[in-house]
Design a protein around this ligand. Sequence first.
Ligand SMILES: Nc1ncnc2c1ncn2[C@@H]1O[C@H](COP(=O)(O)OP(=O)(O)OP(=O)(O)O)[C@@H](O)[C@H]1O
Ligand SMILES: [Mg+2]
Length: 232
Amino acid sequence: MEPVLQLAGVNKTYRIGDEQTRALVDFDFDVSAGEFVVVTGPSGAGKSTLLHIAGGLDAPDTGVVSVNGQDVWSVSAGARAAFRRRNLGFVFQFFNLVPMLTAVQNVSLPLVLDGTAARVADARAEALLERVGLGDRTGHRPAELSGGQMQRVAVARALVAGPSLILADEPTGNLDSHSSAEVLDLLRSLSDEDGAAVVMVTHDRTAASYGSREVHLVDGHARADDVAAGER
Ligand SMILES: Nc1ncnc2c1ncn2[C@@H]1O[C@H](COP(=O)(O)OP(=O)(O)OP(=O)(O)O)[C@@H](O)[C@H]1O
Ligand SMILES: [Mg+2]
């Protein structure tokens, strides 16, 4: 079966003045449906760069990025944005919710932007908020929610279009251990039960233990001794 995410020969170098940083070096990476890949590595190793490139937010200098067999950079910016909204879900460390909108409006927003009728989008958002345990918080704005609740709203938003690829950058970085466990259980259920491909960057060993596979990045390279979670 074709991988959901495929990076082949990806290089990314950032230049500021004379300074060059090779954030990803000859990088190959495949993620299949149902996998929960954890990306670890020291600060500056290229983890966020990897997620931005995998998600079509940042262009590789060389190499190919495919999601569901679609070469992400062979289409126009508009087509890429629409493709992202339909196939990918992003979860960030700082939640990135819209402060003025309620939980249900935050979750339904990607569908509304894609032309779905508000009534249909809100019904879907409410069902997802129910799934993440926030059925009783649908009318709360972000400032009226706890950190763990905000992140569960963000996960619900990432799921609203039924994406096959979920990318999460330090999703538990601002959460206490209880809220972290809730978010990690949720992410794992997306790969285990929904068959999504999940890629999560984390610094936290407990969070990393939820993955089905770990890729350890150092200086833009995957370390050779990647370990399957079950073998640790
Ligand atoms: N827009 C940019 N311009 C210049 N250099 C950048 C840019 N983005 C990232 N870098 C550099 O590229 C390297 C990889 O950055 P990246 O953000 O991917 O690291 P990271 O592994 O996510 O680190 P952290 O764990 O601290 O989040 C770093 O050395 C960083 O300074
Ligand atoms: Mg980072």
